[in-house]
Design a protein around this ligand. Structure first.
Ligand code: SF4
Length: 285
């Protein structure tokens, strides 16, 4: 979420789907992601996803895949990668190649003609008013691949297969992308959005197809409007409501844990002599 006060008195609020995902889990996590972005760390499973993305994009653009994936790893490692899988650098690089091969052999042949890769957007979504101040709400992000038939694709690396039912029911990414790209004429409702999922270690693939209609867009607007009001009226300086019931509220999975819940509760308070379980929600990039 980005809140920008314009010289003409208007306020522009821009949402990315990843921020909406974070905030659904915990509003305070969303606030901290805005005010303390430097605390955001890349873990190994996300890093593998980023490097695979670089290889896929290179292939689709006719560039050198090996060079792209090596370049991605150089950048990721120089910035620091947090270990959650316990893998060596070599294991992560080999896994990246395996997953790219799986994409190349199993997903690429199913793709219709692609019109855009890594399509960046920043488009107006709706206008509202907060205490008499006009507010423009925008959506921004990057779609991995846009096909000529209007189908949108996102590449995912994941520990396990996705539930199509769950993604159809709750995924915000397809809704945001469909709303944005219908505005620039690259898709239309009903919009088909496909997750091209690459499963780590098994090196298998899964294509998860969901559809989005204008009703989803209406719901997205209803869902975001209270966040707009909260962001503007409450501001970003004081804490927002927390949700500490998610398994992601832990030192391992929340970048802001130490200065948030971890500053109040010790491991004894939390586990009473036991140990935290690992990996509560295996997910991709
Ligand atoms: S530590 Fe927990 S409560 Fe605090 S921001 Fe992270 S997820 Fe939210």
């Amino acid at each position: 979420m980005k809140i920008e006060h314009q010289e003409d008195g208007r306020i522009v609020v821009t949402f990315r789907q990843s921020w909406l995902n974070d905030s659904t889990l915990c509003l305070e996590r969303g606030r901290r992601a805005v005010i303390e972005p430097e605390k955001r760390r890349t873990n190994d499973s996300a890093a593998i996803g980023t490097a695979v993305h670089a290889g896929i994009e290179a292939h689709l653009n006719g560039d050198d895949v090996g060079l792209a994936m090596d370049g991605a790893w150089e950048t990721l490692l120089s910035e620091g990668v947090v270990s959650t899988l316990g893998w060596s650098e070599r294991q992560m690089r080999v896994e990246t190649c395996e997953l790219w091969n799986t994409w190349h052999d199993e997903i690429l042949p199913t793709l219709p003609k692609i019109s855009h890769t890594e399509y960046g957007f920043n488009v107006p979504f709706y206008h509202t008013e907060v205490n008499g101040t006009p507010v423009e709400v925008r959506l921004s992000g990057t779609v991995d691949a846009v096909c000529e038939d209007g189908t949108l694709w996102d590449w995912k690396t994941a520990a396990r297969a996705y539930s199509e039912r769950e993604k159809q029911n709750t995924a915000v990414q397809p809704t945001v992308y469909a709303a944005a790209l219908s505005r620039v004429g690259l898709t239309d409702y009903p919009c088909t959005f496909k997750f091209g999922v690459l499963i780590r270690e098994k090196h298998t693939s899964q294509i998860v197809s969901v559809t989005r209609s204008r009703n989803h867009e209406v719901w997205l607007a209803s869902m975001t409007e209270p966040l707009v009001r909260q962001g503007i009226l409450l501001g970003l300086e004081s804490p927002w409501p927390v949700n500490d019931t998610s398994a992601l509220c832990s030192q391992k999975w929340c970048n802001w844990y130490d200065s948030c819940r971890g500053s109040a509760l010790t491991t004894t308070d939390l586990y009473n002599g036991g140990t935290p379980t690992s990996n509560p929600k295996k997910r991709g990039k």
